[in-house]
Design a protein around this ligand. Structure first.
Ligand SMILES: [Zn+2]
Length: 127
């Protein structure tokens, strides 16, 4: 990341990361809005009252999981992992279990994630 914005490779990784959050959020029936800005990306959930805290942690871990599995890089996942650890406290699910579920869902929705990431890179926003 730089003051002048993301390099093309960083931008693709970032788009895949956000699209990973998006695909897994939709898997759990949440509505999600993805954004890719000049220097970073973000996702915003709505209509997720029915999603359990443990599943929110899986959505959280799906961003870094998508970046790692689909681009071989994961430079932006530290905060997501820290947040997921907090969310998983007291849920009875371990970080390892949530991570495995995130990985499984990312593989399942791989083609959709890549399509969303291409849209994000092209337009700056998807859905
Ligand atoms: Zn993220």
């Amino acid at each position: 990341m730089s003051l002048f914005g993301l390099s093309a490779a960083d931008r693709w990784e970032c788009a895949v990361h956000e699209a990973g959050h998006g695909a897994v959020a939709r898997h759990y029936g949440a509505t999600v809005r993805l954004h890719l800005g000049r220097t970073s990306g973000s996702y915003q959930l709505s209509q997720y009252d029915h999603v359990s805290t443990a599943d929110l942690a899986v959505i959280r871990l799906a961003g870094p999981a998508a970046a790692r599995l689909l681009t071989g890089r994961d430079s932006g996942g530290r905060q997501d992992r820290a947040q997921a650890r907090v969310e998983l406290r007291g849920t009875g699910r371990t970080v390892r279990q949530a991570q495995r579920e995130a990985d499984r869902l990312v593989r399942r929705y791989r083609s959709g994630i890549e399509a969303d990431a291409r849209r994000l890179c092209g337009q700056g926003a998807a859905r």
